[in-house]
Design a protein. Structure first.
Ligand code: ATP
Ligand code: MG
Lengths: 296, 266
């Protein structure tokens, strides 16, 4: 235990711990909405799209969190616009927008890096041990906002994400709810940028909820258990980063993926090992191949 | 179609207070819906009175689903209007319960039967508020009515198709609406569930609600309906079962290839 407590005497470790807990919490809660709507790719799209906003904000001397947030929201609008104004499907629209934004972001940041000491890697892969006091406050404020909104709109968002048509038919303002959800996701990603980085934040959004989904049956349970899993992952990742001098993003993601793997194998209801399926003994591809060979 | 606009008003229920019933009628006037290149509905004019169990019939692609969706404002109406109490119906969605086609929701969603039924109370509960005890009682009664009380805490992914339909019916009942719209509720369900559904529809009609049920099957079940709306992009006929199910009307809607319910044809 001392091994874990001892580093906390340093101010930077205390700051990292607070940010890790908050980010693990809100990513799991907000990410649950992405998972249940099968919109994992959207999380990826927004997270990659924040980069140009961040870069432009840095260039003009504005707050980079605000710049990143605006870019994230604009990217969701661009995706929706392409989808409604052309026959292009949503997933293709996301792929196009996020790669374009990411390319622009990398270009801008590389240009900035030439004559500034901003480190691209920190935003790409996370540097949780480097968070400043101001960043802790920003993360805390964003987290508070996100959690309050989710709590207040819980039943409406449940309805909307389960049955958008039914929600619209019941007279709920589904476009506003959808926009609100996009804003929540963008805020969450911006808050997580410094700790996991934009490349891997998707894992912290989706994996805790997916892990919980293997164990419990209701959305709020998925969120709560997911939050616990997210917090465990982000704090363990922080320690791994400290002890082994790793970038924090990959460390966090490896832990959360490991937890997912455990749930996948041992979940009482869905576990691969706890509920073995007979068809596992002979892979289907192999059986079909034998069938084909046998026939000719 | 030169059918009388108020075909439903025609001969019956003279004993009931006519002005009051008319006031609660749904007035569909010259309704037209166009999807990009497809004209799905053309110039539909109808008056629907409360207290009748109305079947919407017609061949595939006739615009039956579109009619319900247009009433709810779920698809853009290109022509005409749908009014209720003298105001556009689409602005009074709190008075409508709608059960869409089952395929549109994700049954692997992490929710229980109870969660889904309570969705029917969300509008009534209001923003930022939790459900009241009376909302909970309404939902319990609805579950009881469709015979699903025992499944209250069951994840929705573990229901059969017929049970899913019952849950959606319970959600609609929980809304305590004035207008109930069901789109093909009988697909893939057994006789018993169908019987339960018709019982519930009848109770709603008896309680002076509007009940509209899309049903493309012209089998025996059609005898349950008081009135029918026969569509094929245009309104072919509307009125009582007997008025609508004539050889000419069915020929106009289905192009002659239909063996309809034996007892009803004129
Ligand atoms: N979203 C849409 N976009 C374009 N055309 C549509 C759309 N939905 C329906 N249509 C077209 O509108 C017409 C009416 O469709 P609708 O779904 O209302 O028919 P329906 O009577 O409910 O048919 P079914 O018995 O098959 O359910 C059809 O020709 C259909 O191709
Ligand atoms: Mg239909």
């Amino acid at each position: 235990m001392d091994v874990l407590l001892e580093p906390l005497q340093y101010g930077f470790m205390q700051r990292s711990l607070i940010v890790a807990v908050l980010v693990g919490l809100i990513c799991a809660v907000v990410g649950s909405y992405l998972m249940v709507q099968r919109l994992a790719l959207l999380g990826d799209a927004i997270s990659h799209s924040v980069l140009p906003g961040l870069a432009i904000a840095f260039m003009i001397g504005a707050n980079i969190f605000v710049g990143a947030f605006i870019a994230g929201v604009l990217s969701t609008m661009a995706i929706a616009w392409i989808r409604t104004r052309s026959p292009i499907k949503e997933d293709a629209a996301m792929g196009i927008v996020f790669s374009a934004c990411f390319a622009l972001g990398i270009t801008l940041i590389t240009l900035i890096q030439r004559d500034n000491k901003i480190d691209l890697n920190h935003f790409l892969f996370g540097n949780i041990l480097g968070v400043s006091v101001a960043e802790v406050w920003q993360t805390a404020l964003i987290s508070l906002l996100v959690l309050v909104v989710v709590k207040l709109l819980y039943k409406e968002l449940l309805f909307y994400t389960f049955d958008p048509v039914g929600a619209q038919a019941a007279g709920l303002p589904t476009n506003l709810l959808n926009f609100g959800l996009m804003v929540l996701i963008a805020l969450t990603i911006v808050a997580s940028m410094k700790s996991v980085g934009v490349i891997l934040v998707l894992a912290l959004l989706i994996t805790p909820g997916a892990t919980a989904y293997l164990l419990v049956n209701r959305l709020h349970q998925v969120m709560l258990l997911g939050a616990a899993i997210g917090i465990i992952a982000s704090t363990s990742g922080m320690y791994l980063s400290y002890f082994y001098n790793l970038p924090s993003g990959p460390a966090i993601v490896l832990v959360v993926s490991g937890l997912f793997g455990l749930a996948l194998l041992f979940s009482p209801t869905h576990g691969v090992l706890t509920n073995p399926q007979p068809s596992l003994q002979e892979p289907k591809v192999w059986r079909e191949l034998k069938g084909l060979l046998g026939r000719h | 179609m030169d059918l009388p606009i108020n075909a439903f008003t025609s001969a019956y229920e003279i004993n009931i207070d006519v002005p009051a019933r008319l006031e609660r009628a749904i007035a569909i006037q010259h309704l037209g819906v166009q999807y990009r290149s497809v004209q799905a509905l053309r110039d539909i004019t109808l008056t629907l009175e409360p207290g009748r169990l109305v079947g919407v019939i017609g061949p595939n692609g006739a615009g039956k689903s579109t009619l319900l969706q247009a009433m709810l404002g779920l698809v853009p109406v290109t022509h005409g209007s749908v009014n209720y109490h003298g105001k556009p119906l689409a602005s009074q969605l709190d008075k409508i319960a709608y059960v869409p086609q089952r395929s549109q929701v994700d049954w692997t969603y992490p929710a229980t039967v109870w969660d889904v039924v309570m969705m029917g109370r969300i509008r009534q509960a209001g923003w930022f508020r939790s459900f009241s005890a009376s909302s909970r009682r309404t939902a319990e009664a609805a579950l009881e009515r469709v015979g699903m009380s025992a499944y209250r805490d069951r994840p929705i992914g573990q229901l059969s198709g017929g049970q899913q339909q019952r849950v959606f019916l319970a959600r609609a009942l929980t809304q305590q609406a004035e207008i109930y719209c069901f789109d093909e509720p009988f697909i893939g369900i057994d006789q018993r569930t169908e019987a339960v559904m018709f019982e519930v529809f009848r109770e709603l009609a008896d309680a002076e609600k509007h009940v509209m049920v899309v049903n493309h099957d012209l089998g025996d079940a059609i005898a349950h309906f008081d009135d029918l709306i026969l569509l094929n992009t245009e309104l072919i006929a509307s009125g009582t079962r007997r008025q609508v199910l004539t050889r000419d009307h069915l020929y106009a809607a289905y192009g002659g290839k239909v063996a309809f319910f034996s007892g009803e044809a004129a």
